[in-house]
Ligand binder design. Sequence first.
Ligand code: GP9
Length: 409
Amino acid sequence: SDDEKAKINTWFKEKQAYMPDKLEYFGAAKGKNLIAIQVEALQEFVIGRKINGNEITPNLNRLINKSIYFENYFCETAAGGTSDAEFLANNSLYPLKTGAVFMKYPGNYYFSLPKALKEQGYATVAMHAYKPGFWNRSVMYPNMSFDKFFNKNDLIPDEIIGMGLSDKSFFRQSLDYLKTIKEPYYAFMVTLTSHYPYDNTESYHKALDVGDLKGAFMGNYLEAIHYADESLGYLIDRLEKEGMMDNTVVAVYGDHYAVSKDKKNELARLLNIDDMNDYMWVKHQKVPLIIHLPGDEGAGRRSIAGGGLDFMPTILNIMGVDGRAIPMMGRDLLNSPHGMAVMRNGYFIDDDYLCLTADGAAFKLDSGEPYPIENLKKEIEDMHMELDISEKIIENDLIEEIRNYLLNQ
Ligand code: GP9
């Protein structure tokens, strides 16, 4: 209804009003290339962790030491799985309550990250080694303003592991392709090899010694993500050796969790958690977000709570694009005093509390001490309103209308 549209417009207008005048890192990488790498099933608990004295993700650990690292970045995907992660990162809108946006609303008008950068003269390319029609990507990507979808049909199948082309070959061929296109470009890469059920351990080049976990679910996952890390190491080494890191922002994040709840005890054993209760379980639904700026600018850890929804506003700020007239639900994590990650089932984590809303339970984030949920009444109302606004925007294709409203404010 018109009344509902007016409320949505007002919500965005008030949200933009909170943006600080001076934005940290605004335009820090203006005009530079952007490579965003969405890593399949990269869950945060592997970062910085060793098994039998060996780092699980040595290359990511090294990258983190010279990057902006968001260590409280949560998985916000829902039924759309990996495609939800792609949607979140490139549109800053929540996944649907049921089904996948990529499947149900591929024809909407989206003012996505590639569209915003394309307006700045960027070439935009989405890259993924699986069959192009999966998750309806071949329809959705062009409609999100990716000029090119570099996919299985563009890649030489010279090394197959599991579901398809190995990450290492995907990165090699993708980088070769990027060196042929005009700059600046936004390349969005979606990896594949570390996809569930993680059972291709005989194919990895330098197997990780997982000790007595060998052959078990968790052992297989650690070997799979170690391979993904090794492949990322190849990509980063090439970018460095070929002088591309100086004019390219490299962002790496995990798409969604790797360990499903029916295997929570295997995670508890690995992390030495005695009681993997719902508080502890949700607290570990984190994925890493790493943003490397040329010259290692801004390197350091940040504890603000966030999730996939916040990727686009955070990146646009760094790239020097004014996002105030773009309908984004998320926050620029470099310029927000507070953060909040919202899961589609209504659970949320902010900088201080973890709220299992539907279960009527809340906790202090750090200690796990129970916290009176009635004290979070406003946060819960705000969260439900955000999820409702996002759902209505997608169901009614409202992006263009809201953008026109914001442009005229
Ligand atoms: C293959 C892969 C699918 O395209 O990206 O990922 P999923 O959604 O099954 O995790």
